[in-house]
Design a protein around this ligand. Structure first.
Ligand code: G3P
Ligand code: CA
Length: 763
């Protein structure tokens, strides 16, 4: 798979066969669209280019023959070369305008500060030592032969790379400070002409200066030109307009790596521009950029990128999930066919005996792998690392197992939902803030993708093929914050409608099997949940909390069906199961993870999607699923089940609601709503009054997530709503009612009102 398109970064229907090593030329070789006219988040060339920045400059003195030679030996496609011009008009390979940093000019010419290249003749520069500085700066890499190395001229560099690269390695030449060196472009083109390099596909030219590139375009119209971008240069610009504008002279863009997000890739690829970010020296960053679909990377460490491109690697982070007191599911995705190996240990450095699990990454699962790990100790932090063998690159993660069944331990959980909708695409800021709280786990409450919305991964929605659905998950995994959160903590993922299509009813939608397949491929879902595609299950955090994860999509009657005693969202079996779990639970808190809200009307008139029929909005709306929720609500009230919290997202604003369903002045249960993490933000709407809601807080028009903590000693639960920077907007502590742990029933009569007390802040 030598540097051909990495499987799965491209459409899997593209050939995975080896691309020929030649030609080196990295201009678009094909249309940017796939067969189904979609996805711009993939390379648009037939191979990803390794561009050795100033040579293999991590290993030898930049812009010297040994650095160029190492780059060639390491199998770089291009040697990058910065041009400066001497006082007597000779082009030389040097990055800085001054000779001071990378030569001994200060010692040799002490009175010629600031040692500008333009003030020295070539003959004077050739007397300089361009290697000793490197030995001093890098004692571990120092070599005797570096002392006394010469600054190469452009001619010498061309000859050296041509000879040592057997004509296969290209030169990627930058006009540095062209305003300081009038005539530089003409001299460069004359030199290339002399070596017959204007049309052979081994030269790319780059500059931060548009003027210089336009000049080069006039002088040599066939040479591919790359417009470099620093952060400032794109500040405040519409990237789509900017790239369209430059596409009349440029064949590619060279952004600093932090600028590379899906929008930039889309804008570039739509305009048939390759994307070559600079300067990428760590494998984690190289992989992150490959997963975004870059066409090449500038690097001081070409061997590191070559290794990734030659062998499979873990391409979109790792995750753990559906964690119990003894088990967890580990997830990873490889860049192509591989044997994915997971090592799991309670020791951060894997010095203890590790558990080893493997899974086969294959095209049928888009190279995603889920493995189950059993026999773990309760209440323990585990570390794991994944490797796509025979590749060497590893990605690490950690998770915490639940406390054992009878123990009461504190819990911090974060929850959120709605990513990639209504034009919002990564980066999503909230994930970083969630990760920084070091939660015990993350509940991803649904709409983990928006399969039916336009994003760079699927520019012509809706998603219809499984490749489209997979592309959406991969797009969201390009978010560094999301990868960090998933790697740091266990995740419980639930699906809602946008994993398939807006407001769908599972059984009646033809896309359900495809959406479900992709959802199960891309999340660490346990065998219990995925078996028969149930997706509902109970997870316990010791005796502190039982979490009932619902499947609100898979069993529902169509939203348009008139509500009545037989209309269902959960299906009979799941409803009975939920009631049973609620009844049997002796945990302090019963948390019901639902992907739709109770009394915030969603969907549309005559097509209600959540439980509420919205009779505050339209008294005659016959839809919704209130009959079914009435059963749940009555069950909670009649059985005296205490400390029930429904947790959801879905509505694109935050809302904390207390319910008095039987209107006896006592709170019966609560609903905690957060979101969105990365989708349209709206203002809070009105509540459907059916189940007696009382709003404790509502706020819209901001990205947010929820935090839920339980302090078993104080018998308290605290809910917070935080914005994307982590700032608390709302915090409330609920005094939990005592739970009789000797039998399965709750104290029904001897409690005070369940509700909030003290510490109710709204910011
Ligand atoms: O040419 C790409 C990159 O090299 C631009 O930065 O300063 O290293 O030349 P610089
Ligand atoms: Ca450069």
């Amino acid at each position: 798979m030598k540097r051909s398109l990495i499987a799965g970064l491209a459409s899997v229907s593209l050939s995975l066969s080896l691309a020929p090593v030649l030609p080196v030329l990295a201009v678009p070789s094909q249309s940017v669209t796939t067969e189904n006219g979609q996805s711009t988040l993939r390379p648009i060339v037939n191979k990803v280019d390794v561009i050795a920045h100033r040579g293999a400059s991590a290993y030898g003195p930049e812009h010297t023959f040994p650095a160029y030679k190492k780059a060639i030996q390491m199998k770089a496609d291009y040697v990058e070369l910065d041009l400066q011009m001497t006082k007597d008009g000779q082009l030389i390979a040097m990055h800085d305008e001054s000779l001071a940093r990378t030569t001994n000019a200060k010692e040799l010419y002490p009175d010629r500060a600031p040692w500008s290249v333009k003030d020295f003749t070539l003959e004077e520069i050739q007397r300089l030592d361009a290697g000793s500085w490197f030995n001093k700066a890098n004692p571990n890499l120092a070599r005797k032969e570096y002392a006394g190395l010469k600054v190469p001229t452009l001619d010498e560099a061309i000859q050296f790379v041509k000879q040592n690269g057997n004509g296969k390695v290209g030169l990627y030449i930058e006009t540095k400070a062209p305003n300081v060196y009038p005539g530089m472009e003409e001299k460069l083109i004359d030199t290339l002409k002399k070596y017959n390099l204007l049309n052979n596909g081994h030269i790319m030219l780059q500059s931060f200066s548009e003027e210089s590139l336009r000049k080069l375009k006039t002088l040599a119209p066939n040479l591919p030109l790359v417009q470099l971008y620093s952060k400032d240069m794109l500040q405040g610009k519409d990237v789509y307009q900017e790239f369209k504008r430059i596409s009349d002279y440029a064949a590619g863009v060279g952004p600093t790596q932090s600028l590379v997000v899906p929008k930039l890739i889309e804008a570039a690829h739509q305009n048939h521009l390759v994307v070559h970010p600079y300067t990428v020296n760590k494998q984690d960053d190289m992989v992150a950029l490959l997963s975004l679909g870059v066409d090449g990377e500038f690097t001081n460490n070409p061997d590191q990128l070559v290794e990734l491109l030659d062998k499979p690697f873990i391409s979109h982070g790792v995750a753990s999930g559906d964690v119990t007191d003894t088990s967890a599911v580990l997830w990873a995705r490889a860049s192509g066919p591989a044997n994915v190996k997971f090592e799991i240990s309670s020791d951060k450095n894997f010095k203890n005996k590790s558990i080893v699990k493997t899974g086969q990454a294959d095209a049928e699962h888009d190279f995603t792998v889920n493995v189950n790990v059993a026999g773990l100790k309760a209440d323990t932090t585990y570390y794991y690392r994944a490797q796509a063998v025979p590749g060497k690159y590893t990605v690490s993660g950690s998770f915490k197992t639940a406390p054992n069944k009878n123990s009461l331990k504190p819990l911090t959980m974060v929850w959120g939902g709605d990513t990639g909708g209504q034009g919002e695409i990564p980066p999503f800021k909230s994930f970083e803030a969630m990760a920084s709280l070091n939660p015990d786990f993350f509940l991803f409450s649904g709409d983990t993708i928006y399969a039916d919305n336009k994003t760079p991964a699927v520019p012509n929605p809706p998603s219809t093929t499984v490749q489209d659905f997979w592309a959406k998950y991969k797009e969201n995994r390009t978010d560094a914050g999301l990868r960090t959160l998933l790697q740091k903590t266990g995740t419980f993922s639930i699906w809602d409608d946008h994993e398939v299509s807006n407001d769908f009813s599972g059984p009646s939608n033809p896309l359900t099997p495809t959406g479900l397949r992709a959802f199960e491929n891309y999340w660490p879902i346990s065998g219990e949940r995925s078996s028969a595609d149930k997706l509902y299950h109970k997870y316990s955090w010791g005796k502190t909390m039982d979490m009932m994860i619902l499947n609100n999509r898979g069993y529902r009657d169509p939203n348009t069906k008139v509500d009545g005693p037989d209309k269902t969202m959960l299906g009979e079996e799941q409803l009975k199961w939920l009631e049973q779990q609620l009844l049997e639970s002796d945990a302090q808190v019963k948390l019901v993870a639902t992907s739709v809200p109770i009394s915030i009307p969603t969907g549309s008139q005559n097509h209600r999607d959540g439980w509420a029929n919205g009779n505050n909005v339209n008294p005659n709306d016959p839809t919704g699923y209130e009959n079914e929720f009435r059963k749940i609500s009555d069950f909670i009230v009649e059985k005296g089940i205490k400390n029930v919290y429904f947790v959801t997202t879905d509505v694109h604003f935050a809302d904390i609601i207390q319910y008095d369903a039987n209107h006896d002045g006592k709170a019966d249960y609560h609903e905690l709503v957060s979101g969105p993490l990365g989708a349209v933000k709206v203002k809070p709407g009105t509540l459907d009054p059916t189940f007696g809601p009382k709003r404790l807080y509502a706020e819209g028009d901001f990205f947010n997530f929820g935090v839920f903590r339980i302090d078993p000693k104080q018998n308290e639960a605290t809910v917070e709503i935080r914005d994307e920077s982590g700032k608390v907007h709302f915090s409330n502590t609920f005094q939990l009612e005592r739970v009789n742990t000797n039998n399965n029933h709750q104290n029904q009569h001897d409690n005070n009102n369940q509700g909030q007390h003290g510490n109710n802040e709204q910011h």
